[in-house]
Design a binder for this molecule. Sequence first.
Ligand code: THU
Length: 165
Amino acid sequence: MREYEIRTRVVVLDEQEQNATERELISAARRATESSYSPYSHFQVGVALRLQDGEIILGSNQENASYPVGTCAERTALFWCGANRPGTVITAIAIAAQTGGRFTTDPIPPCGMCRQALLEVEHRQGTPIRVLLYGENGTHCINSVRDLIPLSFDSDNMETCNTQT
Ligand code: THU
């Protein structure tokens, strides 16, 4: 038998422990919840992406009467970025959510589909995207998307099968 363990390091920072750049990105993610279109879930998610040149891109969840058509905040921001800032490296993402007029006490981790979408970008650009998950009780910081999605599948996996001749 062989066994291995995969660990993820999460650092929880309160506002005073964050640097100015982190504070700005988290505050942008909180602001982004205001553009959420979520009449069905009443759950407003906001995302802010930091680009390498310093620009901040916002995204929010956009729902639909046909439920599966809606899109999470993370993919709204990522795909906007891919279409409008192609080739630009994303250095960090901050995510915040509110419901009933209050931000969540615990952070909102991205859903599995959004983790996969984020992983594609991280893998393609070849540099880590730092993840900042905002909650009223602290912001949970993770150094890369890969840490959020262990045993992940990316394009490299399609090139590493055992070929028997
Ligand atoms: N949602 C996001 O925008 N991001 C996530 O990572 C989790 C869920 C949205 C989808 C839906 O509009 C609402 O939150 C409730 O699931």
